[in-house]
Design a protein around this ligand. Structure first.
Ligand code: NAD
Length: 416
């Protein structure tokens, strides 16, 4: 299939490389020239396991020229949908991308399908995107088709997840649109569920907010277990044998971050309120998540009474291991709080130091040795290499459960 993808972030770039690997002709369009140059030179602007290797095997056209999508049979919108100050979703990039498609549609003679992969609140494709596309003078269901095809990949596992989806959700404007979008996924063994546009959009939000809920839930159980002197990881393991519960996303710790869960839960809360519904569970999930990272700093204060002027070492800055993404990383909250208390912060992360230094230039980015020489060390991301360090004689506050860190002179975990 001849496919254009708008947006070359984690979703767009991975989709482009993987769809090219599956034999499609792919044009990847991004407004950011630096990203495009890097992709043209076959250097990935993001880190994802396996991405570099496939990128070198395939040929995709990377460009900032939106006109090049004129011959595409399928156009996928993969631009970001960040959070507005009030928590609601910002559709700024989606609206721009839809307008750019509309100007191409004006001149386009063949039928094509526009697929929305960006995560957008229910109703967005129908009420915002289609009207913009139709401003071209062309009609949905006649001149072009529309689908909502939410993406479920996990950063750090993005290539694997794209190639091995657990399910494919296709929200279709009409059968013809859905048939064409389904063709894209014929190589996968995953079940394909076809539904309407708004249901597909809601499936994405319900999935992500459920995952966030599971994390805040187990963190709450972890906080209670800690007070009762019970091993919370043993509890989680015991629960996980029940296949109604499952063992995934049951690791107590300092909470969820990343570009999706915090943003999506805020967006659904805002959408619910906008239509007059008070989403009590979702609000509590978010509140608990914010408190959890603050609790880590309180634990530190218990053992180090004078944080002002102390050197505090940080192990882990990315929101999860295997990724260089620092968006909504819990390290942001923790480091912000430490700096406010007057601490001197030294940090190490195998992949994310460069991105993090844009947010906190005042932090010293260094190696594990210097971090371990600090007055106290905080573990914020569960990188496997942190289980190889020598913690003997140190003061360690652990937000992610690194077993070896328990050797420390003083050791305390967030929920253990
Ligand atoms: P990102 O911020 O990493 O990348 C978005 C890219 O789009 C940027 O490179 C930006 O320059 C480009 N862009 C914006 N407007 C453009 C335009 N008009 N034309 C061309 N390029 C444009 O975003 P991401 O993390 O890939 O996420 C994209 C969407 O997918 C979001 O809605 C997100 O919620 C959703 N999603 C993300 C993940 C994830 O793990 N990152 C997983 C599932 C779904």
């Amino acid at each position: 299939m001849n496919i254009s993808i708008i947006g070359s972030g984690y979703v767009g770039l991975v989709a482009a490389i993987c769809l090219a690997k599956l034999g499609n002709e792919v044009i990847l369009i991004d407004a950011d020239e630096d990203r495009i140059n890097s992709i043209v030179n076959k250097v990935s602007p993001i880190y994802e396991v396996g991405l570099d290797a496939i990128q070198k095997q395939v040929d995709i056209k990377a460009t900032s020229n939106h006109q090049l999508m004129i011959d595409s049979e399928l156009i996928l919108i993969c631009v970001g949908t960040p959070t507005n100050l009030d928590g609601s979703i910002s559709l700024e990039f989606v609206v721009t991308a839809a307008s750019q498609i509309a100007s191409v549609l004006k001149e386009k003679e063949d039928y094509c399908v526009i697929g929305v992969k960006s995560t957008v609140v229910p109703g967005t494709t129908r009420d915002t995107i289609i009207p913009i596309l139709e401003s071209s003078g062309k009609r949905a269901g006649v001149d072009f088709g529309v689908c909502a095809v939410p993406e479920f990949l996990r950063e750090g596992m993005a290539v694997y997840d794209f190639m091995n989806p657990t399910r494919v959700i296709i929200g279709e404007f009409d059968k013809r649109s859905g048939d064409i979008a389904s063709n894209l996924y014929h190589a996968f063994e995953a079940p394909i569920m076809r539904t309407d546009l708004t249901t597909a959009e809601m499936i994405k939000y319900a999935s992500n907010t459920f995952l966030a809920t599971k994390i805040s839930f187990i963190n709450e159980i972890g906080n209670i277990c800690k007070l009762l002197g019970i091993n919370t990881y043993e509890v989680a393991k015991g629960m996980g044998f029940d296949d109604r519960i499952g063992s995934k996303h049951l690791n107590p710790g300092i909470g969820f971050g990343g570009s999706c869960l915090p943003k999506d839960i805020k967006a659904l809360i805002a959408k619910a309120k906008q239509i007059g519904y008070e989403p009590r569970i979702l609000e509590e999930v978010l509140r608990l998540n914010e408190e959890q990272s603050k609790n880590l700093v309180n634990l530190l204060k218990k053992h180090l009474t004078n944080i002002r002027g102390s050197n505090i070492g940080i192990l882990g800055l990315s929101f999860k291991p295997g990724s260089d993404d620092v968006r909504e990383s819990r390290a942001i909250n923790v480091i912000q709080a430490l700096l406010q208390e007057g601490a001197k912060v030294k940090a190490y992360d195998p992949l994310a130091m460069e991105k993090f230094s844009e947010l906190f230039p005042e932090v010293k980015y260094t190696n594990t040795q210097e971090v371990m020489e600090c007055d106290a060390t905080l573990i914020l991301t569960e990188w496997p290499e942190f289980n190889e360090l020598d913690y003997k004689g140190k003061l360690v506050i652990d937000g992610r459960l690194i077993p070896k860190a328990k050797e420390a002179r003083i050791y305390e975990g967030i929920c253990w």
